[in-house]
Design a binder for this molecule. Sequence first.
Ligand code: AMP
Ligand code: ZN
Length: 471
Amino acid sequence: MKLYNSATRTKEEFVPNHPGIVKMYTCGPTVYHYAHIGNLRSYIMEDVLEKYLRYLGYNVKRVMNITDVGHLSSDADTGEDKMLKGAKREHKTVMEIAKFYTDAFFSDCAKLDIKTPDVVEPATHCIDEYIKIITKLMDTGYAYFAGGNVYFDTSKLERYYVFNDFDAEDLDVGVREGVEEDLNKRNKNDFVLWFTKSKFEDQALKWDSPWGVGYPGWHIECSGISMKHLGEDLDIHCGGIDNAFPHHTNEIAQSESYLGHKWCNFWFHVYHLNTNSGKMSKSKGEFLTVSLLEQKGYDPLAYRFFCLQSHYRKSLVFTLENLDNAQTAYDKLIARAAALKPGDGVADEGVLAELKAKFTSALDNDLNTSLAVTALYDVFKAKTNDATKLAAIASFDTVLGLSIIEKADELRKKNAAPAEEHDERIEGLLAERAAAKKAKNYAEADRIRDMLAAEGVTIIDTPQGAKWKRN
Ligand code: AMP
Ligand code: ZN
């Protein structure tokens, strides 16, 4: 497979460090709010990458952190702590906020068929790892103590900017209003490894350390968590493009200075989901979540389908009109799959191999998901029996994650079920009974139930209201 590597700015043949196994690390969410559908675009595309590597036969070990401490409003280590901001907003503790939004994140992921990584590690669980790394960086002169905090000294590096083909907008460090320059820093790009002094004294979570009671910087968590679970080298590190600088740049700086050798081979960055007014971001306050899409009547998988139709290295503009089109196309796709007959012949291995070859050649070229979707549509046009087509769809869907087979089965069953009987008089009586119950007139409600029972009609109460059937 050829994969674009942000670190070398070229498409390279993907070869893992250790044969057969891929060590993959993903920057997880900062759990101070719901994930917006922009964040989830990154996780969907990373999920496709993981699933495709598995499809190719690799054994993947994927680790994700949960940022529950240390991520300040500006990625340049200034501003308010995002978790504290969330806790204040909702009058809860930081840990309550972290639990609530971590659960919400994985519930959204499940709706989008994003597999939970093999290891999910909250940043607050690995303080010893960070202290170990920072101690060595202090001992070897890569870090210094100033004004109560420990900083990484970027002037000690031969090369700091590793992803320097991004334009200024991509490298935007985040919210900058009201951000004061940190005079403790020796160099503009130095970053905090350990805080004991920050602008806010009411930091909720603090730990003892050789440099005083405090808390870790945001960048150190990903190096610490990755090394804890994946060891001293990494095949692929993923994240949204805004993470490339300064977050990933700083991760490389501290990890390689600590290890004394190269750390990660491939850097996989997903470009942003934008609205017509710019990048979708949590700090802007208003953003779309999976629940909001559901409330508007969309299937979360239609959003996944929408994301798959564009390449991960291109910015994607989101509008509800675009999503309407994706939902319509998704519904049609399911209807076409439902029209295939599962019992029609046995799968023709030769044709199946040809269909799969188109699919893999699309994804082998830097994960071209839109061409992979074209390969999926080609299945319907193939001159072969339905069993072969269904086998190809099931195979592709282990990567695409669109639940096509399950949804097609449901639709086939629904189409086969006899239509519900309608009777105006009985439905009128059910409405009268509902009104009686609402008015707490249970005697009247029971009278209607008994009257219908005498006619051989049973009322079934469901969360969607009362239904009826003839006995
Ligand atoms: P956060 O929860 O802010 O730490 O972000 C979680 C992930 O979403 C990171 O990998 C970000 O780079 C990514 N991300 C943030 N905004 C967007 C966006 N508008 N489109 C795509 N990915 C994003
Ligand atoms: Zn990270």
